[in-house]
Write a protein that binds this ligand. Structure first.
Ligand SMILES: [Zn+2]
Length: 239
């Protein structure tokens, strides 16, 4: 009956292979991980030399941690995730950010100064969530929190206004009006003034910071105080 055992073994291996072998969402080559080694390396090459952004672009004293430069393979990977329906790409990127966070001396210092942190991803409006099928920032935040052992609370912040893409707005005033009252904190998750909660916001791309600032203001009204923002990437502007 040895041939039978062999046959069972071959069949089992074939099943395992077909379960674990998939195509890389970026180049379509076969891989046993989310991204193939080559694409993974290309994304790693987009890592920014500075994780903590030295210019504090959001608000003075509010740290922005940006893992990479929004260009090349990283830009393509984010686009493939959002517009090509590949949510798993966010998990692969979250693993890179978590590894960087664990090594960063700035992050270590930050954790020493802030206890009991919760993570909130920037939410999508229900309409966009319906058309995309997932919120990339939420997948990113969940995987990051799994690896860092922090609580992730997407339910703390809602996007109540179906805003236009900021790029479609023509003036600063229109941009501000577009985002004004875009977010809300459900009553259940508001903190009392006597016991504010420290939170970290997570998003995929940091550009003008207008969305992030609006979210920070809304959260602050409910005593959810943003202590830092973590994003995958930020465009590098030529100086
Ligand atoms: Zn690939």
């Amino acid at each position: 009956m040895q041939w039978f055992a062999k046959l069972v073994n071959i069949a089992a291996n074939t099943v395992t292979d077909s379960l674990w072998q998939a195509n890389c969402p970026l180049c379509r080559r076969s891989t046993d991980r989310i991204l193939c080694k080559d694409c993974d390396r290309q994304i790693s090459a987009c890592q920014s030399p500075e994780f903590l952004q030295a210019d504090y672009p959001i608000l003075p004293d509010l740290p922005l941690y940006s893992w990479g430069i929004y260009d090349g393979a990283l830009k393509r990977a984010i686009a493939a995730c959002k517009y090509g329906n590949h949510p798993a790409i966010m998990e692969a990127i979250a693993e890179k950010i978590a590894a960087t966070w664990k090594r960063s001396p700035h992050a270590k210092e930050f954790i020493q100064n802030h206890k009991k942190l919760s993570v909130i991803p920037i939410p999508l409006h229900a309409n966009k969530l319906k058309s995309r099928g997932f919120n990339q920032a939420e997948i990113l935040a969940h995987r990051f929190c799994d690896l860092i052992a922090w609580p992730c609370h997407p339910q703390f912040l809602q996007r109540v206004k179906d805003t236009k893409a900021q790029m479609q707005t023509k003036s600063i005033t229109e941009r501000e009006q577009n985002l004004s009252h875009a977010f809300a904190v459900p009553l259940l998750h508001r903190s009392p003034q006597t016991n504010p909660r420290s939170v970290i916001l997570v998003d995929d791309i940091y550009t003008t910071g207008a969305t992030i600032r609006e979210a920070i203001t809304t959260l602050a009204h409910s005593n959810l105080i943003v202590r830092a923002v973590i994003v995958i990437s930020r465009p590098q502007f030529k100086k």
